[in-house]
Design a protein around this ligand. Structure first.
Ligand code: AMP
Length: 385
């Protein structure tokens, strides 16, 4: 009996555990919060990721370890890797944790990125602003996610406010200034690489964010073969350079038909949740297959799929459950503003069928603002603003 250890006990760990059950796997989850939602399905070690006693208990009970949360301290990952196999590697994790290291690697590999400059002091912010120009975004280098740790600078007049908001973190997690990309669309590649280097991607996914948090994903994205091939080539280069094992997502901005890399998420990803029902093998199952050295599953899609995130609180399930291709995921969390509490995936055989389904669901739930951009994309209409 193989036990997979997962650092972080949120919805990603929960969905990993659910997908691993048919493979006969057991799981052990470690989280700082005793009520982490993966704990409803797997035994837990509750403790700080820097606590050697807790880490020691965790590692003594698992055969392999992986992550649901990329901000586990890299030194804790290294400590674990001295005792049991850890995938993705602590090196891949450390690079993905740091927006500067990540963007530097993208650039080295010839993957285009938005303009960026490092900011460690107030003076450097001025210099970076002069180099990058406005509009731009000041971000923490580390520990930021879902739009947290970011400040948008529309004009130089916002500089003081940006420094007030994030300057205190310049000396701890570091800051980076990025040019604001007036993208037409956001895309992601969700990909998997096995222990033997085998590499597969799911179809390119298009994503819509609200306040920096993913709101909806559509697969396949409306993209020509050349754009998809470029996106997949970037992902493959990155995976090979990092000797990456497991699932990851590469988030991309698409501007004037050109792709710019935003970030690498070293784990299963919210924009790949549609694969549970929309693909032959889900990202969760393939992540487990990869870290265990099993053959990877087919990543082909079945029709088309749209995932809608539920943020803050769950809506009623009926409008989705009554759809033939409607699937419901409640993460078993308590409601809290801004928190990802669940998602729905709508699957259909054609673009028009999926558009009609989304329209019905959006209206029934009073969430047509969330579904409208996806419907417009499916119908090939110009995007609503
Ligand atoms: P991140 O945490 O970097 O993934 O940012 C969250 C979201 O903020 C992205 O998905 C974009 O919608 C937006 N964003 C982040 N960086 C930029 C940028 N340089 N230009 C434009 N939008 C951005």
């Amino acid at each position: 009996m193989t036990t997979v250890g997962i650092l972080g006990g949120g919805q990603l760990a929960r969905m990993l555990a659910l997908s691993g059950a048919p493979l006969g796997l057991r799981f052990l989850v470690m989280d700082t919060a005793a009520d982490a939602c993966a704990g409803q399905f797997a035994p837990m070690v509750v403790g700080d990721y820097r606590d050697e006693a807790a880490l020691g208990e965790f590692v003594s009970k698992v055969d392999v370890a992986t992550f649901d949360f990329e901000n586990v301290p890299a030194e804790s990952a290294r400590w674990l890797a001295e005792r049991e196999p850890v995938f993705p590697s602590p090196r891949a994790l450390a690079i993905a944790q740091d927006r500067l290291a990540e963007k530097t690697l993208f650039r080295e590999l010839g993957i285009p990125v938005p303009q960026f400059a490092v900011v460690d002091t107030r003076d450097q912010l001025e210099a970076a602003l002069a180099a990058v120009g406005t509009p731009c975004i000041l971000k923490t280098r580390r520990l930021g996610y879902d739009g947290k740790g970011q400040f948008r600078i529309k004009s130089p007049a916002d500089t003081a406010a940006a420094w007030d908001a994030l300057g205190a973190q310049a000396g701890t997690v570091g800051l980076i200034l990025e040019g604001f990309v007036a993208f037409e669309r956001e895309l992601s590649v969700v990909a998997v690489r096995g222990r033997d280097g085998e590499f597969r991607t799911w179809p390119l996914t298009e994503n819509w964010h609200v306040d920096g948090v993913l709101s909806a994903s559509l697969a396949p994205a409306r993209a020509d073969d050349a754009l998809a091939a470029t996106a997949f080539a970037h992902a493959r280069k990155l995976a090979d350079a990092l000797d990456y094992v497991g699932v990851f997502a590469l988030e991309l901005f698409c501007r004037d038909g050109e792709l710019l890399a935003n970030e690498l998420a070293p784990r299963v990803h919210n924009s790949g949740h549609w694969t549970i029902e929309g693909a032959e093998t889900s990202q969760f199952e393939n992540h487990l297959r990869a870290v265990l050295g099993l053959p990877l599953g087919d990543t082909r899609m079945i029709g088309r799929a749209c995932m809608l995130n539920w943020i803050g609180e769950m809506p009623g399930a009926s409008a989705v459950l009554r759809e033939p291709g409607g699937h419901w995921h409640d993460y078993g969390k308590t409601s809290r503003p801004g928190r990802k509490v669940g998602h729905a995936t709508l699957r259909a055989d054609s673009a028009e069928e999926l558009a009609a389904t989304l329209e019905r669901v959006g209206i029934a739930l009073g969430r047509d603002a969330q579904t409208a951009p996806v419907v417009a994309q499916l119908r090939g209409e110009p995007m609503p603003l």
